[in-house]
Ligand binder design. Sequence first.
Ligand SMILES: [Zn+2]
Length: 1141
Amino acid sequence: MTKNNVTHNYVPSNSRVLMLLGQLERMNGEAMLKDVETARQVTAKILHLIQTQGKRKHAHTHTHIKTNMQSTLIKLKRKQRQLCCMCLRQNSRDVQTTLNILCIVSELLTVGRGRRVGVFVSKGGTGVLFQLLINASKEFPPSEELMLQLHSLLAKVGPKDRKFGVKARLTGALNVTINLMKQNLLNNKLLLPCLQVLRVYSSNLVNAVSLGKNGVVELMFKIVAPYTVDFVNEQHECETNARRAVDGGFVTVLLALYLDWHRNDTRHRHMLIRKGLLVSLRNITNIKLGRKAFIEADGMRILYNTSTECLPVRTLDLLINTSSLIMRKCFPKNRLPVPTIKSAFHFQLPNVPAAGPVAQLYNQPPGVDDVVDESDDNEEADADTENDTENDDDDKDLLNDDIETDLNKLHPKRNPGRPLEELRVYERFFLELSEDFQVAKMSILTNRNSSCIGIVILCESPVRKARPRTELSEGLQLDQRKTHPAVSVCTHSYSSCSSDSSRTGHHPPHQGPRQKREVPHSFPRHRYKIVSFSGADDTTGASECSNFGSDCGSEGTEDEGGEGAVLEVPDTALLLPLHDPDLYVEMVKGTRSVPEYAEVAYPDYFGHVAPTFKEPLLERVYGVQRSKIYQDIERLIHPNDILDKAVYDLDIPSCPVIEDNGESLKFNSQFESGNLRKAVQVRKYEYDLVLNSDVNSNHYHQWFYFEVSGMRVGTVYRFNIINCEKSNSQFNYGMQVLMYSVQEAISGRPRWVRTGADICYYKNHFARSSIAAGGQKGKSYYSMTFSTTFSHKDDVCYFAYHYPYTYSTLKMHLAKLEALRTPQIYLRQDNLCETLGGNGCPLLTITAMPESNSNDHICQFRNRPLIFLSARVHPGETNASWVMKGTLEFLMGTSPLAVSLREGFIFKIVPMLNPDGVINGNHRCSLSGEDLNRQWLNPNPELHPTIYHTKSLLQYLVHMQRTPLVFCDYHGHSRKKNVFMYGCSVKETVWQSNITASSSDLQEDLGYRTLPKILSQIAPAFSMGSCSFVVERSKESTARVVVWREIGVQRSYTMESTLCGCDQGKYKGLQIGTRELEEMGAQFCVSLLRLKRLTGLRNHQHLLDLENDIMTHTKVVRLVKWRILQSHLHTQLMHEGTHML
Ligand SMILES: [Zn+2]
């Protein structure tokens, strides 16, 4: 009933509209001109009908009504342009009729929303409107109502018309609008739609410039109204207009306006205006001139003060964040407070390739580091990472440009490299492949010394029952190393190696029995809680060390007179079976560092016992970054509060520690792997720290390891590492720094603990020049800031980026591994070569002794598949060493799995590919100033000896037709969580790229996925989802790609362990510790056993597992490509099936 009624009412009105429209059409032309009155009436009626229909439409939602009405509107809509043309023809005659028609169009467009506007535009409606506008402007005075209506329509249509800006300029409508505005500055009703239209105009860059020329920027400052602001912003995004705004002194105006709104908008109702003004300032300060004007107009102080007042109101965050962005951008760029950003240490290379990085570095002109506020760059100071969610797509974006698309390069082409004659010298590293156990077995079993002279002697040194009583100070003093020539770890193979590598003889080899040096058993008793470790025969007289004795003497006695306790070195032998402080000190003596370090850091001396408590990822407190940034800005606002006092400075070689009256902390990092260059006390409890660049380079710092003493208990200290380089860091996503307290160690808790509050990582106001940055435009540095309190008086604490693992620690562990040897274990330690810095590069061989010396058993022994492992090519990735430690200990273990592993494989392991980098506190490079993991394509025997000889070992194996089953290089990853692998697959590379490949190109065994798949099942920290098997161009000279492509190892991987923690699996939400890392190393071994079983059996289930695996990784494999894979799998299955039959 209702339905019928309603419908009944509607039909006539609809048909009436159409009827009237018909009438109007018939009136077209002459008739309309003659009968102005009728035209007015007809149009008015149509308008009325439409408007009432519109209202009813809102009142009734019945579908039938809707449909009915819509059909009418559709018919009308088709006539929209026609209607406009009608206006055009008669508009000069009758404004009222035109207005009516425009209103009708407007109604129709409103009802139709976006799509109808689109149709209107496509039919040329915009052009007609502009023409109407031009015509109307010729009347004097132009009809305000008409102008209003036209601009409203244009504002509606403009954003849908891509050529709107061009049309406006060509028809002259641009100027019509501007003139209209200039003449109606106080007419808000009219200004509003004009501003809206203007905003659309100026989205076209040419228009923006032209509007600027016409004085629109000035005009805008006269009409600061809500709508202006957005418009102004778009105007200022254009550089010339920003310049014009600066020239016109508008920075001051904008700041004054902002301050005004800030003061008067007490109820925060006009956030948009305030935000808009700030965005304007932000755009203007994209240019250098704008930043200068901002500083001159006291912008820093104004924004700092206003923001500080906004801080308590959460809803004003937007304003604070934008203000902070502007202030950070305008903060004058400083150079780092060091004489040069080149490393404080230089190492003279045997030869310096003219085109190499070192030659380039040292050919830079003086003063190169000076930072100038460079260009008018639009580079925003990093968006606030406050609420940023972790984004690990960074890598994937890069990946797309970086995928290898050259099919030739994608197909592994085994390249044996050097001729066999040359490679024969490597035979001595593979004695297990040739050794005749009839004799050799006996010699190995009875005389271990033959397999590892250096190590065994160390192990045989008398075990001291009484642990040395030591005194603590800032670092242990070793006796002067110069009087104790370094001893190479393994003399066994040294001589042989030196004959084939073209050593220059910078470091004469130290052969023969090593000098035994007893660490004295008894120490003079001191009454200090913390005193210096010094040997009885210590002849320390070097000037650089003389500070310590006196220092310590004066420090303890008075303050701590009461206690007088002598503290013992914690006996960690039970907790740390592979750690021995005395042995460590012995090892340090044989370690050669560029700065010739004479101290041992306590953590390396005492060792580290992983804590049993959980260390969850740090939850970020809201607003931390902001408050840190504001404290930084305060340095500029209140310069008098800043101490700016250097308290440690490596660039003052004789005396890096600067004496003071006890008001400052003491810093030190002159020990193995240490790399603090300078510490500046900026406020009473705040320090800026500068890290040293890798030796022979001027950047690559990220790793840190330093010592702090002289602290007050309970005081919150803030530390800022001010020359970080990466644009983001896991320190923003839950990672904490590591701290080691000597007092805790002495109390029986020798351990690194995750620590630090208010941690964040952000772009700061320090930068380097473009020349120093290697031709890229000057780069900003980043700050990593953390706060901490100390709980012990007179403590010596250490801070590190990750759990330190020095070269001397490795040597100590390797020596201790010997002790785990049983008659069933074949363990050989060789020295692969000597590094540039004169340190040995250990090479380990681990397998099981042959069951007997029968031919069969010897044959089985020799034919075991080889597994080749390496680690720590990047010195800053200490986690890789902890994983390696886990691997080695597992392999030397007594578990049945370990026995099976040894019986099944021969392990060749280079546990530290970059000893020099590790020793000298580098983050990335070796002493050649280069990333060694980018040298595998063509390693230089002099500059990259460890890589050259490791690659040669593999090339030798190719010649011997003993290509390893698995190659894996252990790394650490600073931007991702979990542990994962990178491998190489032609198929997956092709799929990720857009290259077309024939199906024969895609013939590939899926074996490369097996090992990571197994690991994801057994190792809790391992995440299959983070693995990638794509071959990248930028990685073509890495171990993984070269070993895959040239050596022909299908299962060639890098295994990346997080420096931070896990976001999946058993350890989800926890930071990673050494226990988890070592476990990972052990699990890697276990996975090899499973791999052996699977590759041995080759059953269906194995392949089906793989299939499941791949299906769950749609992230990597796109669906379409999955189908190809499926068919391949199918074929493979069929193939396997027939074999089984
Ligand atoms: Zn790495």
